[in-house]
Design a protein around this ligand. Structure first.
Ligand code: 8ID
Ligand code: ZN
Ligand code: ZN
Length: 352
């Protein structure tokens, strides 16, 4: 067994008050009996981290809190009950830090719905620190051949869109509109959709996001900032002009929902994933009934979904470009995200 030298102090980004994150030194914690200590090498920055920073969701967050829930690193210490992870293994911090594993949701592997779920970077400290404690039962198992920077966004963005595509019910050959396709979740959604045999239609704003979406394999790019008629443009990109079989709503805005309800194919499904602060959806009852439209929510995924999402990455069928910044540069990544300027994902380099 490898022995790791663990420092007593480490660098972290701490939200001490809503709206600001502070780069500072803090103590390193020791893992409890059912926990592991992960030396985080890279952590993706999800738009959810920005919601946590701004405190704009109707969900209580702890303060102070260390954000981050796409953390990939090396297990450097573990508690006495942890028998299926070895020191030196690669592991990942995801949004679901823990769940009770015993309630009626947990035993059906609907663990994100557990009443006792703890959330990384929100109700417990996350991966914007060099040494993060995580529950062994829930950490993502990452195969040794993986590039830790590239796999980090799979831990939330990849997992979430893979699960969303699964529950969309779209069959191979079917089409899916991806709203917010130029962002972190969206870029990966294009890749998973292709890998699952679906035809992805990308919707976002700006030419650089358009280029990225087409490079990743979208069949069409529709720019919501310039399109005169998004509903007509989306329908025109589908077979018989009947609209896509499903829509993945990934934007941190509720505006596109009203369009989605108009262009989704009859008998199709709208999957709500993006969580705009204060967002609301209005479903016209007549359309929902006579066109048999399904509207559902999808919230990260369970441990099996995580393993499957990582498998696609390992097989090389999911590969999205990302940019790397330093842990101390988190605030500037948030500033770009607020302005919707980020194409794909930013990944922070957390430790050497
Ligand atoms: O489990 C979940 N449901 C889950 C998991 C992870 C993230 C939900 N989320 C939520 C986040 O909290 C956030 O609200 O999904 C949303 C998107 O996360 P992200 O992909 O990390 O955000 P981003 O990288 O900023 O991308 C958002 C994209 O949406 C585009 C923006 O231009 C950006 O590229 N967009 C917007 I804002 N309005 C749009 C519109 N009207 C739009 N694209 C098309 N049409
Ligand atoms: Zn996330
Ligand atoms: Zn439970």
């Amino acid at each position: 067994m490898v022995d790791f030298e663990i420092p007593t102090e480490q660098w972290a980004q701490v939200i001490e008050q809503t709206g600001t994150t502070t780069y500072k030194k803090i103590p390193v914690r020791q893992p409890g009996p059912d926990e592991v200590l992960i030396n985080i090498k890279y952590s993706g920055v999800c738009h959810t981290d920005l919601h946590a920073l701004n405190g704009d969701w109707p969900l209580e967050r702890k303060t102070p809190v260390i954000g981050g829930h796409e953390g990939a690193g090396v297990v450097v210490a573990k508690g006495e009950y942890v028998t299926d992870i070895e020191l030196g293994d690669y592991a990942g911090i995801k949004w679901l830090h823990s769940s009770c594993l015993a309630c009626s949701f947990c035993i059906q592997s609907l663990e994100p719905l557990c009443d006792h779920a703890q959330l990384s970077g929100y109700t417990v400290d996350g991966s914007f620190q060099q040494y993060a404690v995580a529950k062994a039962a829930h950490v993502a198992r990452i195969p040794k051949q993986c590039d830790l920077a590239a796999v980090a966004p799979i831990l939330c963005a990849g997992l979430t869109v893979y699960k969303g595509l699964k529950v969309s019910g779209v069959q191979p050959g079917g089409s899916v509109a991806i709203v917010g396709a130029g962002g972190g979740l969206g870029n990966l959604a294009i890749q998973y959709a292709k890998a699952m045999g679906m035809n992805p239609i990308a919707i976002d704003g700006g030419a650089d996001k358009g280029q990225a979406c087409m490079d990743l394999g979208a069949s069409t790019y529709i720019d919501f900032t310039t399109s005169r008629n998004i509903v007509a443009d989306v329908k025109a990109a589908t077979s018989e002009g009947r609209g896509p079989h499903a829509v993945l709503l990934l934007a941190a805005s509720d505006r596109p929902f009203q369009q989605a309800i108009q262009y989704v194919r009859s008998n199709g499904t709208i999957v709500c994933i993006g969580m705009p602060a204060g967002g609301n959806y209005q479903v016209p009852v007549f359309d929902a009934v006579v066109r048999c439209i399904n509207v559902k929510g999808s919230y990260v995924g369970n441990r099996q979904d995580t393993a499957e999402a990582i498998d696609f990455f390992v097989q090389g069928s999911v590969k999205a470009p990302f940019k790397v910044a330093k842990l101390e540069e988190l605030q500037s990544v948030f500033d770009m995200m607020k302005a919707n300027k980020i194409v794909g994902r930013y990944v922070l380099k957390v430790s050497d």
